[in-house]
Design a protein around this ligand. Structure first.
Ligand code: HQG
Length: 205
């Protein structure tokens, strides 16, 4: 959906209520910029001269320099991308911006937005990964953490990135936490360093 601003309705996604608002970022450009932003904040910021501290923060000004040059967009467009992101992928605080999850670069991931973690979480993946996962557990592989969802629907959406017919895995997060393995909440996603196989159950296709 497009992103825009309106004198009457304020910042909006899609169409503003009164119809007088101005689109400042088309849906297509929004996706392009958002993917690139995920890339620089999670994986390759350094290649673009962006320094990211040990908690994942870069300065907004530094990121804007790169976005301006590559996509010709400014601060308001960046703010709206962050504000309306469906998965709360990013956060902006005190002139800094970070990706909440998904990193491959070495940052400290041990923070959570809440201690309230559901007892059941979900992950969906390609059928080709299932034997290995049920034997070795869920591993972060190229990333710093394993990513889990609050609902089967959200997990299936993630799983469809890997396969047309993903397999759903139910994670017993309650028992896992009792066993001392931390689960963290980051935006709408839940993360852990690793999920041993004893907390996993194949839940369906
Ligand atoms: C699999 C996106 C074999 C795992 C999503 C997954 C998410 C194993 C793949 C976030 C394994 C890694 C992360 C094992 C795990 N053997 N395969 N032992 N352990 N795997 O992309 O969770 O939209 O790194 O099942 O929505 O798919 O970018 O992880 O299939 O929240 O914001 O290894 O990225 O968020 O794939 O996705 P990924 P993911 P954004």
């Amino acid at each position: 959906m497009d992103l825009g601003v309106c004198r009457n309705c304020g910042e909006f996604e899609g169409k503003c209520g009164c119809g007088r608002g101005k689109v400042i970022l088309s849906a297509k450009d929004r996706i392009r910029v958002s993917k690139f932003l995920s890339g620089i904040l999670r994986h390759f910021g350094r290649d673009f001269g962006i320094s990211i501290d040990e908690e994942g923060w870069a300065t907004v000004d530094n990121v804007l320099e790169v976005l301006k040059e590559r996509f010709n967009i400014g601060r308001k467009q960046l703010e709206l991308i962050v504000k309306f992101d469906r998965k709360s992928r990013f956060e902006i605080k005190n002139g800094k911006i970070r990706a909440r999850y998904g990193h491959s670069i070495p940052i400290k991931t041990d923070w959570s937005e809440s201690d309230e973690i559901p007892d059941l979480l979900y992950h969906a993946t390609s059928p080709a990964n299932i034997d290995s996962i049920m034997a070795k557990g869920l591993l972060p592989l190229k990333r710093r953490e394993v990513h889990m969802c609050a609902t089967p629907e959200e997990a299936f959406e993630v799983g469809r990135r890997h396969s047309k017919n993903p397999v759903l895995i139910e994670i017993n997060a309650g028992e896992m936490r009792k066993a001392g393995i931390k689960v963290r909440k980051k935006g709408k996603i839940y993360t852990a360093d690793f999920v041993p196989p004893e907390f996993l159950k194949i839940a369906g296709k």
